[in-house]
Design a protein around this ligand. Sequence first.
Ligand SMILES: Nc1nc2c(ncn2[C@@H]2O[C@H](COP(=O)(O)OP(=O)(O)OP(=O)(O)O)[C@@H](O)[C@H]2O)c(=O)[nH]1
Ligand SMILES: [Mg+2]
Length: 320
Amino acid sequence: MFVDQIHILVQAGSGGNGCESYFRRTDKKAVPNGGDGGDGGSVIFRGDSNAPGLESFRYRQHIIAESGGHGSSSRKRGRNGKDLLMTVPIGTRIIDRTRNLLVRVLGAGEEVIVAQGGQGGVGNDGGKDASLGQRGAVIDIELKFTIPADIFLVGLPGSGKSALMNAFTRTALKEGPYPFSTRSPEIGVWEISDEDRLTLCELPSVYETSHEGRGLGVDFLKHLEKARMILYVLDPGSRFSESLAKGFDVLRRQVELFSRDFLEIPHAAVVTKMDQEGAQSAFRSQRFKPACPVFCVSLKTREGLEELKRFIKNSLLKNA
Ligand SMILES: Nc1nc2c(ncn2[C@@H]2O[C@H](COP(=O)(O)OP(=O)(O)OP(=O)(O)O)[C@@H](O)[C@H]2O)c(=O)[nH]1
Ligand SMILES: [Mg+2]
């Protein structure tokens, strides 16, 4: 299951206590020789471009780093607690829920100490006062992740989004004879050349009532935040809309209900399944003419795909 938002409790390790101990010299004098406590481990997050989402936190919502060992006699220092390194997808926002504050957005390879380990206590060696180790920080945080794709496919159920993903990228998504096969966002990379690649993302289908919370896809529309292009995928024979224009309006309306700004993202309509009987004539008779480019394609015969690819490259690549 795809996880893009999760609430977790992060607890750094506490420092070990300093030791209070003495050894008795031959002249009976007591000499302090307690060792220091080890430092507690910190919890560190690192941005990683290979981390898919926040799934790894799903069964691990309380993260605890190791505490330091206590000091012991004969000046023995306790061992340090190990730091705990967690990888999160790049662009993950870490929000401090206690103070309601955006702490950090993680870039690739960037590390941030989310909870600092406690310092070890001082032992009484050399006549110092022995002290307890500091407690490790405990922080209530929320992680939020937005899919960093260039192109998002938005469509009614069964409109051919997975088929389009499979045609552009190396994904092998299930193309369902039944609608709603894709239940969470799917990401694929379109390798255009050695230098150029674009990331595509299929969002689960949206449909008319989805904004009221009945559809699957609406929760995922927030991911359009980073989209450079939206492809509205439409099936001319869809049983979810009376016409291409109505289907397109439903999709645009759902996007608008989520955020008006998302309507401004460059977009095109992709009409699929043109190989199917009656599709060409249905398209012609409907006079579907939205205020954006329209591409008619078949994912079966690959007809029209080159033209669509050219359009995307011209729009999104610098040296196309
Ligand atoms: N003949 C033909 N069939 C297509 C074409 N595109 C998609 N299909 C078929 O239509 C069905 C639905 O396609 P999907 O790609 O799964 O559609 P989707 O939009 O991902 O659907 P959900 O994720 O289930 O909502 C599958 O059986 C596909 O094989 C096309 O261009 N031509
Ligand atoms: Mg699908």
